[in-house]
Design a protein around this ligand. Sequence first.
Ligand code: GLY
Length: 362
Amino acid sequence: MAVIRLHLPPDRSYDIVCGRGILGQIGGRLSATGGRRAVVIADAAVSATHGRRVAESLADSGIQVLPVEIPAGEGSKSVAEAGRVWGLLADQAVDRNTHVVAVGGGVVGDLAGFVAATFARGIPVWQVPTTLVAQVDSAIGGKTGINLPAGKNLVGAFWQPSGVFADIDALATLPHREYVSGLAEVVKYGMIFDPDFFAWLEANAADLVARSPDQLMHAVERSAALKAAVVERDEREITGARAALNYGHTFAHAFETAAGYGRLLHGEAVAIGMSCAARLAADMGRLAADIPARQDALVARLGLPVSLAGVGPLDADELLAIMARDKKSLDRRLRFVLPSRIGAVALVGDVDEARVRRVLAG
Ligand code: GLY
């Protein structure tokens, strides 16, 4: 087991616990902070398994538990679902001494975190991510939110959890495609922050695909530590440090939108997006010419796509229009997080559209 401390001012600092079979420890940790009631919010895919395990641990520690199940899928990140959960909390006279415990993937974490951030002007939330992408990214760092018809994550709040429990054993039952998709975010950490970790991923790719527990534990622990370090430096994405996490994501969001949500998993879109970003950086002379192929080779060995070949042609004009609207573009000029070597990236503004077209054309 590893415990990573995310250091922020005392009221927002917390531990990220990574390990095997650790869901039973949550009750002890939560009761040590004075929690006596907990609302366990889990999606339908995990509420009878991991959700129940968490609820049992809380009950064993003398904590009164209110279980709340939400439908699985992105549709739950909605005003309607947030409203339903707010209503349930109000019916149960939930107050600031009640803790929310989010069990599941990014959707549950974002929705439960947002409900916790806003109910009674903020109640504590604990994140128990059970997907790889949530364990290495979305459960850490306090971003919460819901979608509007006009766009994803348009309403939200920064609300740091009281603690994160990443149980590696929970990943054993993930569908293969969803598991592999999470590995894209793991590769991202190597590319943006840590050349040694990138080399370790190259050496251990086959074991990671096979979900070997030791390799998986190291990948999750190292990714969580890298995420924690950048959140410490730039909690609210103000200085630009946290923006490094968006490597590959400007392309990825455009691919997801143009292909239609659901056709590409987020991690698959990020994998193709990182390939485009690396080639763009090389085209601009910012990155050694051999690095895009090295990154592609690792991504492909992990079973992820490096091109849009499997998706079919997407219209370059549409992709460029979406990218210009991206949160990271400035005055509709194209901005990208681009690598300068393995382990370092920079936010690059005013990128020439012709270069982006070249990269999109392959
Ligand atoms: N997933 C990006 C961030 O947490 O900033």
